[in-house]
Design a protein around this ligand. Structure first.
Ligand code: PNS
Length: 189
């Protein structure tokens, strides 16, 4: 059975990777589908995000990376997938995820949404959080694959992350940077 794991993945986190790896054990084939969203200003282009995901998942033979626009259920139908895979972190995710699942069910009765509970160590993790930490000079190496961390540091013109918390130090002036989008749909998982 084929499952589609849709999302923004801007960028992929270790939480996403956890869901992908577990999904690949449950399904014959998993397609990570990156949404081309005209309403968001992402940090990475769709092509960059797809490449980041490909590198992070090269050990998974039954994983495919693709992009789509429009409705997720239409993409799932086009791929003849009966399952949409989503990760659930905390209770606050549940409301929006349930709304999306119900909405998708009204759009297509043939596509089921299946939730995987995020592993506890990633319960707090989101792409937005990772970007915010990096933007203000924090270390993100434990949140994202190494190549993704390097991409993010590069985006914020940083070569060296701050590895230890700074106590009683004045806040460093940050260079101008690309805006980080904030929308209620940015679940990060
Ligand atoms: O990673 P995200 O941003 O939480 O993923 C959200 C996503 C891409 C799954 C959701 O926004 C989506 O499905 N967008 C496509 C448009 C759509 O199908 N809308 C109707 C269902 S809410």
């Amino acid at each position: 059975m084929l499952a589609v794991y849709p999302g923004s993945f801007d960028p992929i986190t270790l939480g996403h990777l956890d869901v992908i790896e577990r999904g690949c054990r449950l399904f014959d084939r998993v397609v990570v589908a990156v949404l081309r969203n005209p309403n968001k200003t992402p940090l990475f282009t769709v092509a960059e995000r797809m490449e980041q995901i490909r590198q992070a998942t090269s050990h998974l033979p039954n994983l495919e990376v693709d992009s789509f626009d429009g409705l997720t259920v239409n993409y799932a139908k086009m791929r003849q997938a009966k399952v949409l895979l989503r990760g659930l972190r905390v209770l606050s995710d549940f409301e929006l995820e349930l709304q999306m699942a119900h909405t998708n069910k009204t759009l297509s009765n043939h596509v089921e949404t299946l939730f995987l509970a995020t592993s506890t160590e990633y319960g707090f993790l989101s792409s937005s959080l990772v970007k915010e930490i990096a933007r203000f000079g924090g270390t993100i190496d434990h949140f994202v694959p190494r190549h993704v961390a390097l991409d993010i540091y590069r985006c914020y013109a940083k070569t060296q992350p701050v590895s230890a918390p700074i106590v009683d130090s004045p806040i460093q002036e940050q260079p101008p940077m690309a805006p980080v989008e904030e929308t209620s749909l940015d679940q990060g998982i």
